[in-house]
Ligand binder design. Structure first.
Ligand code: ZN
Length: 326
């Protein structure tokens, strides 16, 4: 593809990032590998909504700048690390989409089994641990996930997505942020209804018919809806299901406990839907203390423990008393 065409496309995607509110002020960066040792990237300190092709830089695979009158993005090592790990990847988009980033701040595992397009085109999305931006250490936070997904949420920072074209890489970010927004709105309405096991398996089967790989299809101990592909990383990152409580269907099995604690609960035994999770509060339990198994998250104070509830009540009483005095 012509270099000029690539530069035009990066500027076009920059405008979309900015207009969608995914990159405030000078946030975000975009790259495209034009050949083995040349990568076009956005410069630092520029609003992605108003870039011109002549603003873009070219770097080599070590990150040394080869061309461009502006200085390369400070996040170039993130882009190059991904391209080295996944040679087939041509483009990387990093930005701060508010709804997806909120999940990375809350360290809330993003559930599946809610929207068919998300299950089909995206699958489980991990949350990488936090590191200060701009360093190789920051770039390396994506390494545990990069061979299992094309989009990663970065804790307390943003997202990074990748693909064979700039548009494809961007497209995943837009899909993820719309999904996270819909999840938050539905939860605020008071109810999130998840696919049942047959509905969830139907989508995974469709995906494999299309020839699209999903790690959930290959993992025998994987639960379809609960972001379990990345569960082993939750302990280090502090990720868990607190605001959202997806069901835990195991592929090919009728039932495993809803609200399953990942350790210490016998597979195959099914909670009736009302008992407290036997391992609440213990290591690996997906629910906070006080929540019951099988409960659909009801929003509002769902997930609030009795102690937290008492504290909220006490604070509310004090505020009301103060208001009455004034
Ligand atoms: Zn950033």
């Amino acid at each position: 593809m012509q270099l000029q065409t690539i530069k035009d496309e990066i500027c076009d995607i920059g405008r979309r990032l900015y207009n969608k509110g995914f990159a405030a002020a000078n946030d975000g960066n975009i790259s495209y590998r034009v050949d083995e040792n040349r990568v076009v990237c956005t410069p630092t300190q520029i609003c992605k909504g108003f870039m011109k092709p002549e603003d873009l830089c070219i770097v080599d695979m070590r990150g040394d700048q080869l061309a461009g009158h502006r200085k390369k993005t400070s996040e170039i090592m993130l882009h190059l690390t991904i391209m080295k790990e996944r040679p087939e990847v041509k483009s990387v988009v990093h930005c701060h989409p508010p709804h997806a980033t909120a999940f990375g701040i809350a360290r809330e595992a993003i559930p599946q089994c809610v929207l068919p397009e998300v299950d089909l085109f995206m699958g489980d999305v991990p949350i990488a641990k936090y590191a200060a931006p701009g360093s190789q250490k920051f770039a390396d936070t994506i390494l545990p996930f990069i061979h299992k997904t094309d989009i990663i949420v970065q804790a307390n920072h943003g997202t990074v997505s990748l693909g064979p074209t700039v548009e494809r890489a961007y497209w995943l970010t837009e899909l993820l942020d719309a999904y996270c927004r819909i999840l938050l709105i539905a939860r605020d309405l008071g109810r999130v209804e998840y696919f049942n096991k047959d509905e969830a398996e139907e989508l995974l089967d469709l995906k494999s018919q299309w020839g699209v790989k999903d790690p959930r299809s290959e993992m025998t101990d994987c639960k379809l809806c609960a972001n379990d592909v990345f569960r082993e990383t939750w302990k280090e990152t502090g990720v868990g299901h607190r605001a959202f409580s997806p069901p835990h269907f195991r592929r090919g099995e009728e039932c495993v406990p809803n609200g399953l604690c990942s350790r210490g609960t016998a597979p195959g035994s099914c909670c009736a839907g009302t008992e407290p999770c036997p391992n609440t509060g213990k290591d690996g339990c997906s629910r906070p203390p006080g929540m019951t198994n099988g409960a659909v998250n009801t929003g509002g104070n769902a997930g609030v423990s009795p102690e937290q509830e008492a504290l909220i009540q006490a604070i509310t009483s004090r505020i009301l008393a103060a208001l009455n005095r004034s």
